[in-house]
Design a protein around this ligand. Sequence first.
Ligand SMILES: [Zn+2]
Length: 318
Amino acid sequence: MKKGVINVLDLGELSKQETKRVLEVGGTNVIRADVYGTHIYNYVMLDTKSFASAMQIVEFAVKDLPLNNKAICYLIAGVVLPNGLIEKSPQVPMLNGRNFIEMTKAIYDGRIFIGNDMDGGAMGVSLLLPNLRYFINVVLGTGTNGRIVHEGKIICKGEYGHIIYKRDLSARLCHCGLTGCYESEIGGWALEKKIIESARILRIEIPEGLNPCCFLDMCFDRGDKWAVIMYQEIAYDIAHYFANLQSIAHAPVFVLKGTFSVRGFPLIEKDVRSFMKDGMIIRKEWVDEIKFIISPEPKLDSIIGVAELEERAFNELY
Ligand SMILES: [Zn+2]
């Protein structure tokens, strides 16, 4: 972790600041931290499997609160209704149908908020990079989604990854239920499937225990033709996605996060730009204008951001 973001303070020092407790529940980890501005204290990460019930997670959120704790903020992967009901949590099924706001109220008497992880991430980037006035925040990981941020406000919320891209026979079923979404072409889970299929057709054996995406990178690095072609296809799909986002937003900066942004994207950035300019966007100069950067804190931006979203929701600015 980088210096300056995660701090360890003794309780005496921490008690002077008004912090917010954030609990992020993901598919593999539960993260708990106390947030003050862009600073994070008392960071704890546990395996999601170490919790036997949703109530245990709520109890963990409320435990050992700093004296000046102002609110409890949850970030939950899945569909959460404004009243706190978790309608769909594909990654952590024990949360399905539970209401974290009601459950927390039973043991905590204070402000409670549930935020969306994409909103949290975009807001976090905006706080961490205050000079960025206008940007598109895009996750390229297991799935893909984005937000457009202008002057510190999220101005465009949506499901960017589930825009329909393909309607022909090559279109793949997305786990959202639609067919041919960007996510079902460039999401990490879709890429894994594609790599396994290609390897099978070409009779290439993926070494046991090796992630298919890592195998693709290995083959790409040594110049294997199939891997180079596959990367070209990924570059084309991403170019189409980014060209559409840029046609709508005309933003000077794309802030990326997610495994693919760090590992795969730098290898194909040039190709992505040239595909975009080759008949995908009305103004080619809008492609040259884009600066691609990685979120300064890809693992922490949503934790920092959700505390700010809570503040705005409390003041009804969000
Ligand atoms: Zn979809």
